[in-house]
Design a protein around this ligand. Structure first.
Ligand code: PGA
Length: 263
């Protein structure tokens, strides 16, 4: 973890905790992480809970921020079932996860759609968390870096517009929800390649953009990952629904950041 970049731990709740259970979970996360001020914490509830969760966190004066899990790139109009970035901003979200592999795979989201969504997030004042990552067959074919670099390149103009506020999450698809975590060294190699793509476009962007790892991050594997130079935190799925384990991941990130700062 580089002391230049504050660690960031984001909990992606996916299609879970979309009602009052989401408020309870957010408040429990806020309480359990309040002492770990050296790390930033985000929760990403389903659309249905964003306004209520934001409200609860605001009332409790919590620093935990709220992300949407997706958005539509148009501002408004005849797009049944879709939600715009501006609506999410009004509901209280300040971040948006964009291009998660479940969106890319199950809902056929292309690199082009991802770029349009980042642009919409930027325009509405939502900070993007842009997900990239290779499938198992791409990894086995030796295409990991090519795939990830293509996905980052497709997002880079809009990420540049977001400045250092934009975040990239490297999530190998084969590691998501499978319990198979990438080794810290393998993850670091991809993170370093992503940072190089950013550096080739804009040196400042490379220094300030946080790159998260995602894919079966748990309290028992977080330390090895966060110890890597280019891993600035995690996008956590399954373990984000369990308060104690999630808080432990935040605690580890905050501890390493403190150690980094004090040398
Ligand atoms: P996981 O999910 O932690 O359950 O593997 C990560 C994600 O999909 O963001």
């Amino acid at each position: 973890m580089d002391p230049l970049r504050r660690p960031l731990i984001a909990g992606n709740w996916k299609m879970n905790a979309g009602g009052s259970d989401g408020c309870d979970l957010a408040i429990a996360v806020a309480r359990a992480t309040t002492d770990f001020a050296d790390a930033d914490v985000i929760v990403a509830p389903p659309f249905t809970a964003i306004a209520a969760v934001t409200n609860e966190l605001y009332n409790k004066k919590s620093d935990v921020a709220v992300a949407a899990q997706n958005l539509h790139w148009e501002e408004s109009g005849a797009f049944t079932g879709e939600v715009s970035a501006a609506m999410l901003r009004v509901a209280g979200a300040t971040w948006a996860i964009i291009g998660h592999s479940e969106r890319r795979q199950l809902f056929h989201e292309t690199d082009d759609a991802v770029a349009k969504k980042i642009a919409a997030a930027n325009a509405a004042g939502l900070k993007p968390i842009v997900c990239v990552g290779e499938t198992l067959s791409e990894r086995e074919a030796g295409e990991t870096l090519a795939v990830v670099e293509r996905q980052v390149q497709a997002a880079i103009v809009e990420l540049g517009r977001a400045g250092g506020e934009g975040v990239i999450a490297y999530e190998p698809v084969w590691a998501i929800g499978t319990g198979k975590v990438a080794s810290p060294e393998d993850a670091q190699a991809v993170h370093a390649a992503i940072r190089q793509v950013l550096a080739d476009a804009n040196a400042e962007l490379a220094l300030t953009t946080r790159i998260l790892y995602g894919g079966s991050v748990k309290a028992n594997n977080a330390e090895g990952l966060f110890g890597q130079r280019d891993i600035d935190g995690a996008l956590v799925g399954g373990a984000a629904l369990e308060v104690e384990g999630f808080a432990k991941i935040v605690e580890i990130a905050a501890k390493l950041a403190r150690q980094g700062k004090t040398g």
